[in-house]
Design a protein around this ligand. Structure first.
Ligand code: ADP
Length: 281
């Protein structure tokens, strides 16, 4: 581990007991280095992540059913897209299964909220990424009363059960909740409005959502309190510093992949014999 990590990211970012309202979103838990050190380490760790992911993919091709699912949640501008682009973007896209979840389509609305989630689950060997997820159904849905409390309330337990099944079937779930301060969000939204190349990221409703900040904080708090389990814990990432959030998520993924104790799949053929055949072919 780099000497700049005084506590491994997985331990430093565990959600247990954390109060969202008290979170310092500009902090860099567990990491003592500055931006330059963080960026340099990120470049190094990305190489490690990429090699592990290739091994996961290789094993999947050889029949291993295990996979890793990164679940990204965060308010607008928290940096989910940056994680996808800069962290996931550094690994072989063949092994990545990316899904994003927006306002449910009419078809999705006719089904149970986990229907579209189940359809998007990664297969063996894949690194799945959920850019937003089933947690929207206890976040935006709760904040805006999109269904009555009697309907969203049981979802926490249902989600825990759903994730228990996923883990039992061989999925390692890495749950990441990204938080920026209200000021930092304003800065990022302003940037989206000042740069034509960022207009596409802007949605006028993002400004309306700012008025619901306390309600979102409460909904995120309930999510962390009720769905951070031993088998699928939440990690809370202070995300005002993009370099830190990217480094932290990279470390969490490296951790998850390392725990799978992956090896290169053994040859399903006689190597010496095939070499000999090749020479005379
Ligand atoms: P992003 O904002 O992540 O770039 P979009 O512009 O597609 O992506 O926005 C996704 C929107 O869909 C968010 O406002 C989110 O709250 C909303 N959304 C996601 N899931 C649900 C859901 N189950 N019910 C209602 N709204 C949802």
């Amino acid at each position: 581990m780099s000497p700049n990590w005084t506590t491994p990211a997985a331990a430093a970012l565990r959600a247990d007991g954390l109060r969202v309202a008290d979170l310092d979103t500009s902090a860099t838990p567990g990491f003592t280095g500055d931006k330059a050190a963080g960026q340099q380490l990120l470049a190094e760790r990305t190489v490690v992540l990429s090699a592990l992911q290739e091994k996961l993919y290789a094993n999947g091709r050889s029949g291993d059913h295990r996979n890793v699912l990164l679940v990204l949640q965060g308010m607008d501008t928290a940096g989910k897209g940056g994680i996808v682009r800069h962290v996931i973007g550094s690994v072989d896209p063949q092994g990545v299964d990316h899904a994003s979840f927006g306002v449910p389509t009419p078809e999705e609305q006719r089904h149970h909220y986990l229907w579209r989630i189940r359809k998007a689950l990664p297969r063996g060997g894949q690194l799945g990424v959920f850019d937003r997820s089933h947690y929207e159904d206890v976040l935006v849905v709760r904040v805006h009363d999109l269904v009555p409390p009697a309907e969203w309330e049981p979802r926490y337990d249902e989600i825990n059960e759903f994730e228990r099944e996923l883990v039992a079937e061989g999925t390692t779930i890495v749950k990441v909740a990204m938080f920026v301060s209200l000021d930092e969000q304003k800065k990022r939204l302003r940037e989206r409005l000042q740069r034509p190349e960022k207009y596409w990221k802007f949605n006028p409703s993002d400004i309306d959502e700012r008025a619901f900040w306390p309600q979102y904080q409460a909904a995120y708090q309930a999510m962390l309190d009720r769905t951070s389990t031993e088998r699928a814990p939440w990690h809370v990432i202070p995300s005002d510093r993009k370099w830190y959030s990217r480094l932290a998520v990279t470390e969490l993924l490296i951790d998850a992949l390392t725990a799978l104790d992956l090896h290169w799949p053994a040859a399903q053929f006689d190597v010496a014999e095939q070499l000999k055949r090749l020479e005379t072919a």
